[in-house]
Design a protein around this ligand. Sequence first.
Ligand SMILES: [Zn+2]
Length: 265
Amino acid sequence: MKVYISADIEGVTGVTHWDEADRLKPDYNEFREQMTAEVSAACEGALLAGATEIWIKDAHASARNLIAARLPRHTHLIRGWSGHPFSMVQELDGSFHAMLMVGYHSRAGSGANPLAHTISGNIAGLKINGSYASELLMHVYTAAYVNVPLVFVSGDEGICEDATWLIPPIATVAVKRGVGDASINIHPHLAVDQIIERVQTALQDDISKCRLPLPEHFAVQITYRDHAMAHRASFFPGAVLEQPHTIGFESDDYFEVLRLFSFVL
Ligand SMILES: [Zn+2]
């Protein structure tokens, strides 16, 4: 069994302030270690379930957060950004049996994480087919595009609720709840224990029930905090300026949506 893990940090246990997600700040090391512990836990659960090959995308900021030597030996670690539109799920393809997300966080416009955002702080809101989209939604559609089910997510309560609404049988570990600029967390070691157990169970279960049908058509709206960014983005082929801060884009092919995202987000 071949398993893919996409890992972010704003949904890791404890992370509450941008300094804790910034490699140039002293607060960062503690949370880089916890991110590594939670990804290792997901690997351990996958190995217990019979995974023979695990690929991990370090998908936060520089994409150079995970401490490689602490990951199990059966892993391939993707560091940095290739520029491919698959972005946080680079190298994902139909040869993988399942995808896991670790450390994922609530979307722009949500109050469920002090660090809620979608891709960057420039984006006030991103909608796909009328629904506000998280980074999870953007990348679960990519997984559906190559026919890989998302079977597990860990992160804040808000993103776990979004994932369960989208894929009811998905396994989740909610490690924290956002309250304004604060977060209420479970113990970091408990998060690790729960991730091992729920990833193992999820992968031993019938993973096909987590397959998400890909919509036949995509209508995307991106609202920027700065109207000048919307103006600039409106020149992407096919994009239109709908409001001073908002562009619209439509396609039947999700790869074209990803191409848009990689140039205008
Ligand atoms: Zn991040």
